[in-house]
Design a protein around this ligand. Structure first.
Ligand code: ADP
Length: 218
């Protein structure tokens, strides 16, 4: 795994925020809400809703990316939402919305899983009621070797890659999205590798959270 760095509360106007670095990939997530949802016809009367917007900054990649919301951003925004939703007690705030904005400030592979980790921490910092953490990492296969936490070059040359998100206390997978060709045994081994990596990430993130909030309480 690459070096993981986490900083909380970096966007003071947001209700919660987190900056997460996996090596040279940098994701910033900011959470706003829960707030009353407008227009009213979008409201769900039995539950709250989560909205996520993923954006890859134009300067985040080597060759400047055209700014704006493209097909990939639409897909990744949805992927982040479905990975996180099972952990939130959305039913506790009917008719309301929680908005998450994720900006990838620098991209070197595995941006969606870095974004999921940042979103989870920003939601916790915002005090959104959660059943569990959602911890995420990528795994894959390069040169017939099974690997964890793919960077940009590794992603480009991989035979297969899987994006994995996991609730560590419930032992539940919330995202399993991949491409390439793998045998059944390789998939089993990659799931086990991904779970082990997520446990490590969980320990780092838990440490940062308890460090920040235990200091505030004392
Ligand atoms: P993920 O970032 O979740 O792995 P992709 O598989 O779509 O998602 O992208 C792999 C990597 O390719 C990214 O992390 C980034 O380093 C690079 N990349 C993605 N989109 C672009 C782009 N428009 N221009 C240059 N590099 C990109």
């Amino acid at each position: 795994m690459r070096k993981i760095e986490v900083e909380l509360g970096v966007v003071t106007r947001a209700n919660g925020s987190a900056l997460v670095k996996f090596g040279d990939t940098v994701a910033l997530a900011a959470v706003y809400g829960p707030a009353e949802l407008h227009p009213a016809h979008l409201r769900e009367y039995q539950t709250g809703i989560l909205r996520c917007r993923y954006s890859l900054a134009p300067f985040s990649v080597e060759e400047r990316k055209v700014p704006g919301f493209d097909r990939r951003s639409v897909e990744l925004s949805k992927v982040i939402r479905v990975a996180i939703e099972p952990a939130i007690f959305l039913e506790e705030f009917p008719k309301a919305v929680v908005d998450v904005f994720v900006e990838i400030l620098q991209a070197d592979g595995s941006t969606r899983v870095t974004a999921i980790n940042a979103t989870n921490l920003a939601l916790i910092s915002a005090g959104i009621p959660m059943r569990d953490f959602v911890v995420a990492c990528s795994v894959g296969k390069i040169d017939n070797c099974l690997v964890v936490d793919l960077n940009g070059i590794e992603d480009n040359f991989s035979q297969a890659d899987i994006n994995f998100a996991f609730m560590p206390n419930r032992n539940k997978i919330t995202l399993f999205q991949g491409d390439g060709q793998l045998t059944k045994n390789e998939i089993k081994e990659l799931i086990s590798l991904a779970k082990k990596s997520c446990e490590k990430i969980y320990e780092v993130e838990k440490g940062v959270l308890s460090g920040k909030y235990s200091r505030q309480i004392s």
